[in-house]
Design a protein around this ligand. Structure first.
Ligand code: IPD
Ligand code: CA
Ligand code: CA
Length: 263
């Protein structure tokens, strides 16, 4: 394993332990409102602090971009961290959430870890080195037809500016696929595409920490990731479509009629 990935795995497991311990005492947590329907708990912050401590102990000069504490440092290496992706699920005891850590080198995705502490699933990828679930090499699914595909998504729930466009996409996708799922953690949804558990995924307006690690996992397992036009702006725009190559292109075609100017 690449030494930087080993450090990231250590950080993700440490954060996962914090999350697992707290999951037994959810009613004791202090929860704050960031925005409408957007919550943060002391667990998000404790997990993030633990991750950053481990990364900076090993690489004191590296740059950090983390959901709860923002950006710091200046280096050609940047760690992008979501300490707890799926906070709403976590707060309800719904066991679908994950720690997500990615490393960019000169702006290019280089290492990725997504750790699901409730199921002890560790997803990892290194650029050019493939993607793994625990010790097993990952490949995206072989499904050829959208009508047979299981697709993941995230519904808008804090920012409703693209709700009409989203509802149009929803209407078409539920009619043209075998099923649409909203599990509640974008990072894990992308890891599931890499693992072939989902054939495709789309969501509007995600943040870099939701998707950076998942994108590398998908690319390293033979899948494709793009924005709604199939281009490479997804890390900045957060508008993302992913899938095995066949489902990716059929999803793009299905979503295309619903694209308004800013999508
Ligand atoms: C959220 C989850 C969710 C997605 C949201 C994200 P958080 O992350 O990934 O699936 O639909 O857009 O913000 O807030 O739980 O870290
Ligand atoms: Ca997130
Ligand atoms: Ca989060």
């Amino acid at each position: 394993m690449h030494p930087m990935l080993t450090i990231a795995v250590k950080a993700a497991r440490r954060a996962g332990n914090i999350i697992n311990r707290s999951s037994f005492d959810l009613d004791k947590l202090t929860v704050q409102h960031k925005n409408h329907n957007d919550f943060v708990s002391e667990v998000d912050r404790a997990a993030e602090d633990a991750i950053i401590d481990i990364l900076l102990e090993a690489y004191p000069k590296h740059q950090i971009l983390a959901e709860e504490s923002g950006a710091r440092g200046d280096s050609e290496y940047q760690w992008i961290i979501d300490p707890l992706d799926g906070t709403t699920n976590f707060l309800h005891g719904f066991p679908q959430y994950a720690v997500s850590i990615a490393l960019l080198h000169k702006g290019v995705l280089n290492q990725a870890v997504i750790y699901d502490p409730a199921h002890n699933d560790l997803f990892t990828a290194s650029k050019g080195g493939g993607a793994f679930l625990n010790d097993r090499r990952l490949r995206v699914s072989k499904e050829k037809y959208l009508k047979n595909a299981l697709v993941g998504t995230g519904f808008p729930y804090t920012d409703f500016s693209h709700l009409d466009a989203y509802m149009g996409m929803f209407r078409d996708v539920i009619q043209k696929t075998a099923g649409l799922r909203r599990p509640g953690s974008a990072a894990l949804d992308l890891a599931y595409v890499a693992a072939g558990r989902l054939d495709g995924f789309f969501e509007i307006g995600l943040k870099p920490w939701d998707i950076a690690a998942g994108c590398l996992l998908i690319q390293e397992s033979g899948g494709l990731v793009g924005d709604f036009r199939g281009n490479e702006t997804y890390l900045d725009s957060g508008n993302i479509v992913a899938g095995n190559p066949k489902i990716f292109s059929q999803l793009l075609q299905t979503l295309a009629p619903h694209l308004t100017g800013s999508l």
